[in-house]
Design a protein. Structure first.
Length: 276
């Protein structure tokens, strides 16, 4: 079966994204590095823009974090009316879970989980990678360095709660994730290993990535991938957004939340012009 050729669009590369974005039925966003800074809560300007967008479009947010992380990072500071929230769909852990808003509360539609044998195999592979690289946690960690998120195991070099500036410093000076990823792939041939954010590595079952999430979104929302557009900051090969590009969905590559705001404002402007 022939795969659809991916459409690649960049905000910073001079392409005007409104000619694609405002025509789509569903706008999908990555969370970390796209709607927010790494593990930071969503700011008021982004929240307001998304609320405006939800009046006109269905919106999905898909990320590598757990549901608990989504609640703290995104929903706790996200102030929209209930009528708008019915158009918002949350897909934690790369789409291996799905939550939607119904009857004034968030309802879990489904969730996949690793079994104990799979968890131990992944943890053993991380220990082997640390030994081979002579890797030691020399930096202060903010929370757990390795976290079980149900359907995935995530290594965060400085912990999930590390300040963004600390993560950026580690990324620029001490990042050995590509070496670690290569070792993990040797020990875990039946699992997927991907880089996430500035300091993380995600490990899931084979096929459980954001491409899987796109298929689930299409299935549960009844929207063709040709009617979707995705904005993310890790669309490079090996990044945890790359699977969306492989799936043939139109993509907007942004470098941070500020570029995402430009993209949303452009869509809103175009949608408003159509109504006038």
């Amino acid at each position: 079966m022939k795969k659809d050729k991916p459409i690649i669009v960049t905000v910073s590369g001079g392409f005007d994204p409104i000619h694609i974005g405002h025509k789509k039925k569903l706008i999908i966003f990555d969370l970390d590095g796209t709607l927010t800074e790494s593990k930071a809560v969503i700011d008021q300007k982004m929240s307001a823009l998304l609320c405006q967008l939800l009046k006109k479009k269905k919106v999905a947010v898909i990320g590598g974090g757990s549901w608990e992380q989504f609640k703290k990072q995104f929903l706790a500071n996200f102030k929209c009316e209930s009528a708008q929230l019915k158009n918002l769909f949350i897909f934690p852990t790369s789409g291996s879970a799905f939550y939607r808003h119904k009857n004034n509360k968030w309802i879990k539609v489904y969730q996949l989980s690793l079994n104990l044998k799979e968890i131990e195999k992944i943890m053993s592979a991380f220990r082997a990678a640390f030994r081979e690289l002579h890797y030691k946690h020399l930096f202060k960690t903010y929370g757990k360095a390795i976290e079980n998120r149900g359907s995935q195991i995530t290594f965060s070099a400085l912990g999930q709660k590390a300040p963004v500036e600390k993560k950026q410093q580690w990324h620029d000076t001490a990042d050995r994730r590509l070496e670690m990823k290569a070792i993990l792939e040797r020990y875990l041939p039946n699992f997927e290993t991907r880089l996430g954010g500035l300091t993380s590595i995600d490990v899931t079952r084979k096929g459980i990535d954001k491409g899987y999430g796109i298929r689930q979104i299409s299935k549960f929302l009844g929207i063709s991938k040709n009617d979707m557009i995705f904005a993310g900051d890790a669309l490079y090969e090996g990044g945890n957004d790359y699977a969306v590009k492989r799936a043939g969905v139109a993509t907007i590559e942004v470098k941070d939340a500020e570029e995402t705001k430009i993209f949303i404002r452009s869509m809103l402007s175009s949608l408003n012009n159509e109504q006038n």
